[in-house]
Design a protein around this ligand. Structure first.
Ligand code: CA
Length: 490
Protein backbone atom coordinates (compact mmCIF):
# COMPACT_ATOMS: atom_id res chain seq x y z
CA UNK A 1 0.00 0.00 0.00
CA UNK A 2 2.82 2.29 1.03
CA UNK A 3 4.66 1.53 -2.15
CA UNK A 4 1.50 1.92 -4.12
CA UNK A 5 0.78 5.20 -2.40
CA UNK A 6 4.34 6.42 -3.11
CA UNK A 7 4.04 5.43 -6.78
CA UNK A 8 0.70 7.12 -7.00
CA UNK A 9 2.21 10.24 -5.49
CA UNK A 10 5.12 10.23 -7.95
CA UNK A 11 2.75 9.62 -10.85
CA UNK A 12 0.53 12.45 -9.66
CA UNK A 13 3.49 14.82 -9.45
CA UNK A 14 4.71 13.74 -12.88
CA UNK A 15 1.25 14.29 -14.36
CA UNK A 16 1.06 17.72 -12.76
CA UNK A 17 4.49 18.63 -14.13
CA UNK A 18 3.54 17.28 -17.52
CA UNK A 19 0.38 19.36 -17.52
CA UNK A 20 2.40 22.39 -16.45
CA UNK A 21 4.88 21.76 -19.25
CA UNK A 22 2.09 21.33 -21.81
CA UNK A 23 0.49 24.54 -20.58
CA UNK A 24 3.82 26.35 -20.79
CA UNK A 25 4.42 25.14 -24.33
CA UNK A 26 0.95 26.04 -25.49
CA UNK A 27 1.40 29.49 -23.94
CA UNK A 28 4.71 29.90 -25.78
CA UNK A 29 3.10 28.70 -29.01
CA UNK A 30 0.24 31.09 -28.51
CA UNK A 31 2.62 33.98 -27.92
CA UNK A 32 4.61 33.10 -31.00
CA UNK A 33 1.42 32.82 -33.06
CA UNK A 34 0.34 36.19 -31.72
CA UNK A 35 3.69 37.69 -32.65
CA UNK A 36 3.43 36.28 -36.13
CA UNK A 37 -0.03 37.65 -36.57
CA UNK A 38 1.13 41.01 -35.20
CA UNK A 39 3.90 41.05 -37.79
CA UNK A 40 1.55 40.09 -40.56
CA UNK A 41 -0.96 42.67 -39.46
CA UNK A 42 1.62 45.39 -38.84
CA UNK A 43 1.36 46.91 -42.27
CA UNK A 44 -1.86 48.84 -42.66
CA UNK A 45 -4.55 48.23 -45.22
CA UNK A 46 -5.17 51.13 -47.56
CA UNK A 47 -8.52 52.25 -48.93
CA UNK A 48 -8.63 55.20 -51.31
CA UNK A 49 -12.15 56.51 -51.70
CA UNK A 50 -12.00 58.72 -54.75
CA UNK A 51 -15.14 60.60 -55.70
CA UNK A 52 -15.70 62.34 -58.98
CA UNK A 53 -16.38 66.05 -59.53
CA UNK A 54 -17.39 66.69 -55.92
CA UNK A 55 -17.50 70.38 -54.96
CA UNK A 56 -15.07 71.65 -52.32
CA UNK A 57 -17.87 72.63 -49.97
CA UNK A 58 -20.09 69.60 -50.56
CA UNK A 59 -19.00 67.58 -47.53
CA UNK A 60 -19.92 68.30 -43.94
CA UNK A 61 -16.28 68.58 -42.89
CA UNK A 62 -15.88 71.51 -45.28
CA UNK A 63 -19.04 73.23 -44.10
CA UNK A 64 -21.75 71.84 -46.37
CA UNK A 65 -25.19 72.83 -45.07
CA UNK A 66 -27.72 71.11 -47.30
CA UNK A 67 -26.20 67.64 -47.87
CA UNK A 68 -25.50 65.67 -44.70
CA UNK A 69 -22.41 63.46 -45.11
CA UNK A 70 -22.07 61.93 -41.63
CA UNK A 71 -20.03 58.94 -42.76
CA UNK A 72 -17.58 60.84 -44.94
CA UNK A 73 -17.24 63.30 -42.06
CA UNK A 74 -16.17 60.47 -39.76
CA UNK A 75 -13.03 60.01 -41.87
CA UNK A 76 -12.12 63.61 -41.06
CA UNK A 77 -13.29 63.66 -37.43
CA UNK A 78 -11.56 60.37 -36.62
CA UNK A 79 -8.45 61.37 -38.53
CA UNK A 80 -7.08 64.45 -40.25
CA UNK A 81 -8.77 67.00 -42.44
CA UNK A 82 -6.64 68.94 -44.91
CA UNK A 83 -7.30 72.59 -45.65
CA UNK A 84 -4.72 72.96 -48.43
CA UNK A 85 -5.01 69.67 -50.27
CA UNK A 86 -4.75 69.35 -54.02
CA UNK A 87 -4.99 66.96 -56.91
CA UNK A 88 -2.44 67.10 -59.72
CA UNK A 89 -4.87 68.05 -62.48
CA UNK A 90 -8.27 69.69 -62.73
CA UNK A 91 -10.03 66.91 -64.68
CA UNK A 92 -10.55 63.18 -64.19
CA UNK A 93 -8.05 61.21 -66.28
CA UNK A 94 -4.77 63.01 -65.63
CA UNK A 95 -5.66 63.47 -61.95
CA UNK A 96 -6.11 59.70 -61.59
CA UNK A 97 -2.89 58.97 -63.49
CA UNK A 98 -1.02 61.18 -61.00
CA UNK A 99 -2.68 59.62 -57.97
CA UNK A 100 -2.09 56.00 -59.01
CA UNK A 101 1.60 56.56 -59.90
CA UNK A 102 2.58 59.12 -57.26
CA UNK A 103 4.11 61.17 -60.04
CA UNK A 104 3.13 64.27 -61.95
CA UNK A 105 1.30 62.76 -64.90
CA UNK A 106 2.99 65.14 -67.34
CA UNK A 107 6.23 63.29 -66.65
CA UNK A 108 4.85 60.48 -68.78
CA UNK A 109 2.68 62.43 -71.19
CA UNK A 110 -0.74 61.89 -69.54
CA UNK A 111 -1.71 65.53 -70.03
CA UNK A 112 -5.18 64.88 -71.46
CA UNK A 113 -8.35 62.98 -70.69
CA UNK A 114 -7.91 59.74 -72.63
CA UNK A 115 -10.39 58.66 -75.30
CA UNK A 116 -12.24 55.36 -75.31
CA UNK A 117 -10.10 53.41 -77.76
CA UNK A 118 -10.09 49.65 -77.06
CA UNK A 119 -7.57 48.85 -79.79
CA UNK A 120 -4.98 51.42 -78.85
CA UNK A 121 -2.24 50.28 -76.42
CA UNK A 122 -0.97 53.84 -76.10
CA UNK A 123 -4.26 55.42 -75.04
CA UNK A 124 -3.85 55.33 -71.29
CA UNK A 125 -1.31 54.91 -68.53
CA UNK A 126 2.00 53.89 -70.15
CA UNK A 127 3.30 50.46 -69.17
CA UNK A 128 6.61 52.09 -68.31
CA UNK A 129 4.90 53.56 -65.23
CA UNK A 130 4.27 51.68 -62.00
CA UNK A 131 0.90 51.78 -60.27
CA UNK A 132 0.47 51.82 -56.51
CA UNK A 133 -1.02 48.33 -56.76
CA UNK A 134 2.13 47.07 -58.51
CA UNK A 135 4.35 48.67 -55.88
CA UNK A 136 2.33 47.27 -52.96
CA UNK A 137 2.46 43.80 -54.48
CA UNK A 138 6.15 43.81 -53.49
CA UNK A 139 4.95 43.93 -49.88
CA UNK A 140 2.43 41.13 -50.41
CA UNK A 141 -0.65 43.31 -50.66
CA UNK A 142 -3.73 42.19 -52.55
CA UNK A 143 -5.25 45.03 -54.57
CA UNK A 144 -8.79 45.66 -55.70
CA UNK A 145 -10.03 48.35 -58.08
CA UNK A 146 -13.72 49.23 -57.91
CA UNK A 147 -15.61 51.74 -60.06
CA UNK A 148 -14.19 54.09 -62.64
CA UNK A 149 -10.89 53.15 -64.24
CA UNK A 150 -10.21 55.73 -66.98
CA UNK A 151 -6.54 54.77 -67.33
CA UNK A 152 -6.83 52.82 -70.57
CA UNK A 153 -9.23 50.42 -72.28
CA UNK A 154 -6.79 48.34 -74.36
CA UNK A 155 -6.42 44.82 -72.96
CA UNK A 156 -2.87 45.58 -71.80
CA UNK A 157 -3.95 48.65 -69.83
CA UNK A 158 -6.79 47.24 -67.75
CA UNK A 159 -6.73 46.94 -63.95
CA UNK A 160 -5.74 43.27 -63.84
CA UNK A 161 -2.71 44.08 -66.01
CA UNK A 162 -1.76 47.00 -63.77
CA UNK A 163 -1.23 45.24 -60.48
CA UNK A 164 -4.82 44.75 -59.34
CA UNK A 165 -6.01 41.28 -58.35
CA UNK A 166 -9.68 42.13 -58.72
CA UNK A 167 -11.76 44.67 -60.60
CA UNK A 168 -15.42 45.54 -60.51
CA UNK A 169 -16.51 48.53 -62.53
CA UNK A 170 -16.11 50.17 -65.92
CA UNK A 171 -13.20 51.34 -68.01
CA UNK A 172 -14.50 54.65 -69.31
CA UNK A 173 -14.45 58.17 -67.88
CA UNK A 174 -18.08 58.12 -66.82
CA UNK A 175 -21.14 55.92 -66.73
CA UNK A 176 -24.91 55.75 -66.65
CA UNK A 177 -26.16 54.94 -63.14
CA UNK A 178 -29.17 52.73 -63.87
CA UNK A 179 -28.66 49.12 -65.08
CA UNK A 180 -31.52 49.43 -67.59
CA UNK A 181 -29.29 51.77 -69.58
CA UNK A 182 -26.39 49.33 -69.76
CA UNK A 183 -27.39 47.95 -73.11
CA UNK A 184 -23.99 47.35 -74.71
CA UNK A 185 -22.52 43.93 -74.14
CA UNK A 186 -18.91 45.03 -74.46
CA UNK A 187 -16.57 47.72 -75.71
CA UNK A 188 -16.85 46.61 -79.33
CA UNK A 189 -20.51 47.58 -79.41
CA UNK A 190 -19.47 51.15 -78.69
CA UNK A 191 -19.79 53.29 -81.81
CA UNK A 192 -19.10 56.77 -80.47
CA UNK A 193 -17.16 58.02 -77.44
CA UNK A 194 -20.09 58.49 -75.07
CA UNK A 195 -21.67 55.10 -75.85
CA UNK A 196 -19.17 53.89 -73.31
CA UNK A 197 -21.49 55.14 -70.58
CA UNK A 198 -23.92 52.38 -71.60
CA UNK A 199 -21.68 49.35 -71.37
CA UNK A 200 -22.30 46.51 -68.94
CA UNK A 201 -20.01 46.43 -65.93
CA UNK A 202 -16.96 44.21 -65.73
CA UNK A 203 -15.96 41.82 -63.00
CA UNK A 204 -12.29 41.28 -63.72
CA UNK A 205 -12.44 40.71 -67.51
CA UNK A 206 -16.00 39.46 -67.76
CA UNK A 207 -19.16 41.48 -68.44
CA UNK A 208 -21.80 40.96 -65.78
CA UNK A 209 -25.53 41.50 -65.33
CA UNK A 210 -25.74 44.04 -62.51
CA UNK A 211 -29.12 45.02 -61.14
CA UNK A 212 -28.37 47.71 -58.55
CA UNK A 213 -28.03 51.47 -58.87
CA UNK A 214 -24.37 51.94 -59.77
CA UNK A 215 -23.22 53.68 -56.58
CA UNK A 216 -24.93 51.05 -54.42
CA UNK A 217 -23.38 48.25 -56.49
CA UNK A 218 -19.89 49.69 -56.03
CA UNK A 219 -20.43 50.02 -52.25
CA UNK A 220 -21.69 46.43 -52.06
CA UNK A 221 -18.58 45.23 -53.88
CA UNK A 222 -16.31 47.26 -51.59
CA UNK A 223 -17.80 45.47 -48.59
CA UNK A 224 -17.50 42.11 -50.36
CA UNK A 225 -13.81 42.56 -51.14
CA UNK A 226 -12.96 43.84 -47.66
CA UNK A 227 -14.42 40.59 -46.37
CA UNK A 228 -12.55 38.57 -48.99
CA UNK A 229 -9.18 40.04 -48.00
CA UNK A 230 -9.79 40.51 -44.27
CA UNK A 231 -6.97 38.16 -43.34
CA UNK A 232 -4.24 39.85 -45.35
CA UNK A 233 -2.93 43.29 -46.24
CA UNK A 234 -5.02 44.82 -48.95
CA UNK A 235 -5.27 47.99 -51.02
CA UNK A 236 -8.69 49.03 -52.24
CA UNK A 237 -9.04 51.72 -54.90
CA UNK A 238 -12.71 52.60 -54.56
CA UNK A 239 -13.35 55.08 -57.35
CA UNK A 240 -16.99 56.18 -57.32
CA UNK A 241 -18.01 58.04 -60.48
CA UNK A 242 -20.62 59.90 -58.45
CA UNK A 243 -21.41 62.75 -58.43
CA UNK A 244 -20.07 63.09 -62.00
CA UNK A 245 -22.82 63.49 -64.60
CA UNK A 246 -25.25 62.28 -65.80
CA UNK A 247 -27.24 63.36 -62.77
CA UNK A 248 -29.24 60.26 -61.83
CA UNK A 249 -30.42 59.08 -58.44
CA UNK A 250 -32.91 56.62 -57.01
CA UNK A 251 -36.03 57.71 -55.16
CA UNK A 252 -34.57 56.39 -51.91
CA UNK A 253 -31.90 59.09 -51.98
CA UNK A 254 -34.01 61.79 -53.64
CA UNK A 255 -36.54 61.47 -50.82
CA UNK A 256 -33.91 62.75 -48.39
CA UNK A 257 -33.82 66.13 -50.09
CA UNK A 258 -37.37 67.40 -50.37
CA UNK A 259 -36.13 70.68 -48.94
CA UNK A 260 -33.89 71.33 -51.94
CA UNK A 261 -36.03 72.97 -54.58
CA UNK A 262 -33.46 73.18 -57.35
CA UNK A 263 -33.90 69.85 -59.16
CA UNK A 264 -30.31 69.66 -60.29
CA UNK A 265 -28.93 70.30 -56.83
CA UNK A 266 -31.45 67.88 -55.40
CA UNK A 267 -30.31 65.03 -57.66
CA UNK A 268 -26.67 65.92 -57.03
CA UNK A 269 -27.33 65.85 -53.28
CA UNK A 270 -28.99 62.45 -53.60
CA UNK A 271 -25.95 61.12 -55.47
CA UNK A 272 -23.56 62.42 -52.81
CA UNK A 273 -25.81 60.92 -50.14
CA UNK A 274 -25.59 57.53 -51.89
CA UNK A 275 -21.80 57.75 -51.75
CA UNK A 276 -22.01 58.68 -48.08
CA UNK A 277 -24.13 55.59 -47.39
CA UNK A 278 -21.49 53.54 -49.19
CA UNK A 279 -18.71 55.04 -47.09
CA UNK A 280 -20.80 54.16 -44.04
CA UNK A 281 -20.99 50.54 -45.16
CA UNK A 282 -17.23 50.41 -45.68
CA UNK A 283 -16.55 51.90 -42.24
CA UNK A 284 -19.03 49.54 -40.63
CA UNK A 285 -17.48 46.49 -42.29
CA UNK A 286 -13.99 47.46 -41.14
CA UNK A 287 -15.30 48.00 -37.62
CA UNK A 288 -17.09 44.66 -37.63
CA UNK A 289 -13.91 42.84 -38.70
CA UNK A 290 -11.70 44.71 -36.24
CA UNK A 291 -9.76 46.31 -39.08
CA UNK A 292 -10.52 49.99 -38.43
CA UNK A 293 -7.51 50.70 -36.26
CA UNK A 294 -4.90 49.75 -38.85
CA UNK A 295 -6.58 50.70 -42.10
CA UNK A 296 -5.62 53.96 -43.78
CA UNK A 297 -8.64 55.53 -45.46
CA UNK A 298 -8.09 58.44 -47.82
CA UNK A 299 -11.11 60.35 -49.03
CA UNK A 300 -10.82 62.91 -51.82
CA UNK A 301 -12.35 64.22 -55.03
CA UNK A 302 -10.46 63.83 -58.32
CA UNK A 303 -10.96 67.51 -59.19
CA UNK A 304 -13.10 70.48 -58.23
CA UNK A 305 -16.83 70.64 -58.87
CA UNK A 306 -18.10 71.74 -62.30
CA UNK A 307 -20.70 73.92 -60.60
CA UNK A 308 -22.88 74.65 -63.62
CA UNK A 309 -22.87 71.10 -64.91
CA UNK A 310 -23.68 69.11 -61.78
CA UNK A 311 -24.83 71.82 -59.35
CA UNK A 312 -21.84 71.22 -57.10
CA UNK A 313 -20.54 73.95 -54.82
CA UNK A 314 -16.90 74.92 -54.44
CA UNK A 315 -17.76 77.47 -51.77
CA UNK A 316 -15.65 80.59 -51.87
CA UNK A 317 -13.05 79.05 -54.17
CA UNK A 318 -12.75 80.62 -57.59
CA UNK A 319 -13.52 78.54 -60.69
CA UNK A 320 -14.17 74.82 -60.84
CA UNK A 321 -13.37 71.64 -62.72
CA UNK A 322 -10.76 72.11 -65.43
CA UNK A 323 -9.62 75.47 -63.98
CA UNK A 324 -6.18 76.39 -62.71
CA UNK A 325 -7.85 78.54 -60.06
CA UNK A 326 -8.32 76.92 -56.64
CA UNK A 327 -11.82 75.69 -57.47
CA UNK A 328 -10.36 73.28 -60.03
CA UNK A 329 -7.51 71.75 -58.06
CA UNK A 330 -8.12 72.19 -54.32
CA UNK A 331 -10.31 69.34 -53.14
CA UNK A 332 -12.04 67.97 -50.07
CA UNK A 333 -9.47 65.59 -48.58
CA UNK A 334 -9.30 63.65 -45.32
CA UNK A 335 -7.31 60.68 -44.03
CA UNK A 336 -8.18 58.36 -41.16
CA UNK A 337 -5.67 55.98 -39.60
CA UNK A 338 -6.41 55.56 -35.90
CA UNK A 339 -3.19 53.57 -35.27
CA UNK A 340 -1.11 56.66 -36.12
CA UNK A 341 -3.16 59.80 -36.68
CA UNK A 342 -4.92 61.54 -33.80
CA UNK A 343 -8.65 62.03 -34.21
CA UNK A 344 -9.77 65.55 -35.01
CA UNK A 345 -6.46 66.66 -36.54
CA UNK A 346 -6.32 69.50 -39.04
CA UNK A 347 -3.36 69.95 -41.37
CA UNK A 348 -2.98 73.24 -43.18
CA UNK A 349 0.27 72.89 -45.15
CA UNK A 350 -0.07 72.06 -48.85
CA UNK A 351 -0.29 68.38 -49.72
CA UNK A 352 -1.25 66.68 -52.98
CA UNK A 353 -2.90 63.44 -54.10
CA UNK A 354 0.55 62.29 -55.30
CA UNK A 355 1.49 61.90 -51.63
CA UNK A 356 -0.81 58.92 -51.13
CA UNK A 357 1.52 56.58 -53.05
CA UNK A 358 4.65 57.60 -51.14
CA UNK A 359 2.75 57.51 -47.84
CA UNK A 360 1.40 54.02 -48.48
CA UNK A 361 4.67 52.37 -49.45
CA UNK A 362 6.42 53.92 -46.44
CA UNK A 363 4.16 51.92 -44.08
CA UNK A 364 4.84 48.44 -45.44
CA UNK A 365 6.62 45.74 -43.42
CA UNK A 366 8.93 45.05 -46.35
CA UNK A 367 10.90 47.86 -47.99
CA UNK A 368 9.36 48.72 -51.37
CA UNK A 369 11.58 50.13 -54.05
CA UNK A 370 9.73 52.09 -56.69
CA UNK A 371 10.42 51.76 -60.38
CA UNK A 372 10.60 55.55 -60.85
CA UNK A 373 11.30 58.49 -58.54
CA UNK A 374 8.12 59.78 -56.90
CA UNK A 375 6.92 63.37 -56.72
CA UNK A 376 4.80 62.72 -53.65
CA UNK A 377 6.19 62.32 -50.15
CA UNK A 378 5.26 60.29 -47.09
CA UNK A 379 3.17 62.78 -45.15
CA UNK A 380 2.71 60.75 -41.95
CA UNK A 381 5.80 62.19 -40.18
CA UNK A 382 4.43 65.68 -40.85
CA UNK A 383 0.97 64.79 -39.61
CA UNK A 384 2.19 63.32 -36.33
CA UNK A 385 4.71 66.08 -35.66
CA UNK A 386 7.86 64.00 -36.21
CA UNK A 387 8.91 66.34 -38.97
CA UNK A 388 8.53 70.04 -38.38
CA UNK A 389 9.36 71.05 -41.95
CA UNK A 390 6.84 71.03 -44.82
CA UNK A 391 6.07 68.30 -47.35
CA UNK A 392 6.26 70.55 -50.43
CA UNK A 393 7.97 73.86 -51.05
CA UNK A 394 6.28 74.10 -54.47
CA UNK A 395 3.41 72.41 -56.30
CA UNK A 396 2.77 72.65 -60.05
CA UNK A 397 -0.09 72.22 -62.51
CA UNK A 398 -0.14 72.45 -66.29
CA UNK A 399 -2.90 72.34 -68.88
CA UNK A 400 -0.81 71.72 -71.92
CA UNK A 401 -3.40 72.22 -74.66
CA UNK A 402 -4.39 75.74 -73.64
CA UNK A 403 -1.03 76.72 -72.16
CA UNK A 404 -2.57 77.50 -68.78
CA UNK A 405 -0.47 76.74 -65.74
CA UNK A 406 -0.12 77.51 -62.07
CA UNK A 407 2.25 77.00 -59.19
CA UNK A 408 2.05 77.74 -55.49
CA UNK A 409 4.59 77.72 -52.73
CA UNK A 410 4.21 76.73 -49.10
CA UNK A 411 3.71 80.36 -48.08
CA UNK A 412 0.59 80.58 -50.20
CA UNK A 413 2.03 82.66 -53.02
CA UNK A 414 0.56 81.43 -56.27
CA UNK A 415 1.14 82.31 -59.89
CA UNK A 416 -1.59 81.72 -62.45
CA UNK A 417 -1.01 81.89 -66.19
CA UNK A 418 -4.42 81.72 -67.80
CA UNK A 419 -5.56 82.77 -71.24
CA UNK A 420 -2.14 84.35 -71.68
CA UNK A 421 -2.54 86.56 -68.63
CA UNK A 422 -0.12 86.34 -65.71
CA UNK A 423 -1.36 86.74 -62.16
CA UNK A 424 0.08 86.46 -58.66
CA UNK A 425 -2.07 85.79 -55.61
CA UNK A 426 -1.52 85.50 -51.90
CA UNK A 427 -3.75 82.60 -50.89
CA UNK A 428 -3.25 83.31 -47.19
CA UNK A 429 -4.98 86.66 -47.51
CA UNK A 430 -6.91 86.19 -50.72
CA UNK A 431 -8.08 82.62 -51.15
CA UNK A 432 -10.64 83.85 -53.67
CA UNK A 433 -7.85 84.95 -56.02
CA UNK A 434 -9.33 88.39 -56.61
CA UNK A 435 -6.26 90.65 -56.59
CA UNK A 436 -3.10 90.13 -58.55
CA UNK A 437 0.06 91.31 -56.79
CA UNK A 438 2.59 91.16 -59.60
CA UNK A 439 3.37 94.86 -59.36
CA UNK A 440 3.74 94.78 -55.58
CA UNK A 441 5.80 91.59 -55.47
CA UNK A 442 7.72 91.19 -58.73
CA UNK A 443 10.37 89.06 -57.04
CA UNK A 444 7.88 86.52 -55.71
CA UNK A 445 6.33 86.34 -59.15
CA UNK A 446 9.70 85.75 -60.79
CA UNK A 447 10.76 83.10 -58.27
CA UNK A 448 7.58 81.12 -58.81
CA UNK A 449 7.84 81.52 -62.55
CA UNK A 450 11.43 80.26 -62.51
CA UNK A 451 10.60 77.23 -60.41
CA UNK A 452 7.68 76.48 -62.71
CA UNK A 453 9.90 76.66 -65.79
CA UNK A 454 12.43 74.30 -64.17
CA UNK A 455 9.63 71.87 -63.48
CA UNK A 456 8.08 72.22 -66.91
CA UNK A 457 11.39 71.38 -68.57
CA UNK A 458 11.13 67.92 -67.02
CA UNK A 459 7.64 67.29 -68.42
CA UNK A 460 6.55 65.59 -71.65
CA UNK A 461 4.01 66.71 -74.19
CA UNK A 462 0.82 64.62 -74.18
CA UNK A 463 1.45 61.25 -75.81
CA UNK A 464 -2.13 60.64 -76.94
CA UNK A 465 -5.02 62.62 -78.37
CA UNK A 466 -7.65 63.50 -75.80
CA UNK A 467 -11.38 64.12 -75.48
CA UNK A 468 -11.05 67.40 -77.33
CA UNK A 469 -9.71 65.54 -80.37
CA UNK A 470 -12.40 62.87 -80.44
CA UNK A 471 -13.41 63.44 -84.09
CA UNK A 472 -9.85 63.82 -85.25
CA UNK A 473 -8.89 60.58 -83.52
CA UNK A 474 -11.77 58.70 -85.12
CA UNK A 475 -10.74 59.98 -88.55
CA UNK A 476 -7.18 58.81 -87.95
CA UNK A 477 -8.44 55.45 -86.65
CA UNK A 478 -11.50 54.46 -88.70
CA UNK A 479 -11.48 51.02 -87.05
CA UNK A 480 -11.33 52.54 -83.59
CA UNK A 481 -14.02 50.36 -82.00
CA UNK A 482 -13.83 47.27 -84.21
CA UNK A 483 -13.21 43.88 -82.71
CA UNK A 484 -9.93 42.12 -83.47
CA UNK A 485 -8.65 45.09 -85.27
CA UNK A 486 -5.02 44.41 -85.99
CA UNK A 487 -4.30 47.65 -87.80
CA UNK A 488 -1.52 49.69 -86.28
CA UNK A 489 -3.02 52.21 -83.89
CA UNK A 490 -0.49 55.00 -84.16
CA1 CA B 1 -13.65 64.20 -62.24
Amino acid sequence: MVLNYGLKNILNKMTKNLILLILLFSRLNLLSAQNQSINLMAQPNLIIILVDDLGYEDVGFNGCKDIPTPNIDKIASQGVKFTNAYVSYAVCGPSRAGLITGRYQDRFGFGRNPLFAPNDPEMGLPLSEETLAEALKKANYKSVAIGKWHLGVHETLRPLKRGFDDFYGFLSGGHQYFPKNWTLKDEHEVKVQFDTYNTKLLRDNTRVEETEYLTDALSREAVYYIDKYKNQSFFMYLAYNAPHGPLQATQKYLNRFDTIKDQKRKTYAAMVSAVDDGVGKVLHKLEQLGLSENTIICFLSDNGGPEKKNASNNGILKGGKSDVFEGGIRVPFAIKWPAKIAAGSVYDKPIISLDIFATAIAQTSFPVETKKPLDGVNIIPFLIGEKKSIPHEYLFWRKFDVNDYTSRNAKGEKIVHRKNIDMLFDLEKDIQETTTLIEQSPQSFQNLKNSYKDWENQMLKPIFLGLGEDLEYSKLHPNRFDRDNNSKQK
